[in-house]
Ligand binder design. Structure first.
Ligand code: SAH
Length: 204
């Protein structure tokens, strides 16, 4: 999975590649779809949601340039896989999930895989970020929004990076928003298609 889907497509950060090798994606997928654990696609996790394509998880993690010391917010934890990858790359992860059953599934799998040491899964609406633990060195949003919610950008430290799919309900651009020395910049990482972010910062 790592050499064909990631290295061959340009993922270079050795820490990201190692995290992708070490976190068992299949464990985060419901049993009936577990055989699809290494597929190059999103996979259904129930409740109309998916675990992202592995390449997208790796690319989003690489875009944040994590060194291991950061506090990271993940919005849209789903099954908890992406949170586990971020947990391997940063000091602490707050993962917000709006669907209670998925939040519970993420918590349980993180515990079962022993990857929950530095990850807190909370259930709620993260479409305007999660002010309780702000500010964050990095924010990763796994669901698409019309634009980067201003409250989320405000919860980012300087320096800090936010990665989020923005665009229409059906098609988006993966954007990396960075704050550095008081200046906020946005760059295009790739084109993509994510499930919609619910709530006031996304689509109601
Ligand atoms: N991070 C996952 C991807 C999950 S898909 C992975 O490991 O691959 C995106 C998730 O965002 C879904 O589970 C959906 O329920 C959740 N979501 C949508 N809107 C949200 C919101 N406003 N707050 C928190 N989670 C949200």
């Amino acid at each position: 999975m790592v050499s064909r889907q990631m290295e061959a497509r340009g993922i270079r950060d050795p820490r990201v590649l190692e995290a992708m090798r070490n976190v068992p994606r299949e464990q985060f997928i419901p049993e009936e779809h577990r055989h699809l654990g290494c597929e190059d696609d999103p996979v259904s996790i129930g409740f109309g949601q998916t675990i992202s394509q592995p390449y997208m998880t790796a690319l989003m993690a690489e875009c944040l340039c994590l060194q291991g010391t950061e506090a990271v917010l993940e919005v849209g934890a789903g099954c908890g896989y992406h949170a586990a990858v971020l947990g391997a790359l940063a000091a602490r992860v707050i993962a917000v999930e709006i669907i209670p059953e998925l939040a519970e599934m993420a918590r349980r799998t993180l515990q079962e895989t022993g990857l929950d040491r530095n990850i807190l899964v909370v259930c709620g609406d993260g479409s305007r970020g999660w002010p309780d633990e702000a500010p964050y060195d990095a924010i990763s949003v796994a669901a698409a929004a019309p634009d980067a919610p201003a409250e989320m950008v405000a919860q980012l430290k300087d320096p800090g990076s936010l990665v989020i799919p923005v665009g229409s309900y059906w098609e988006q651009e993966l954007r990396v928003i960075t704050k550095s020395q008081g200046v906020t910049r946005s760059r295009l990482a790739t084109y993509c298609r994510f499930v919609p972010l619910r709530g006031p910062g996304g689509w109601e």
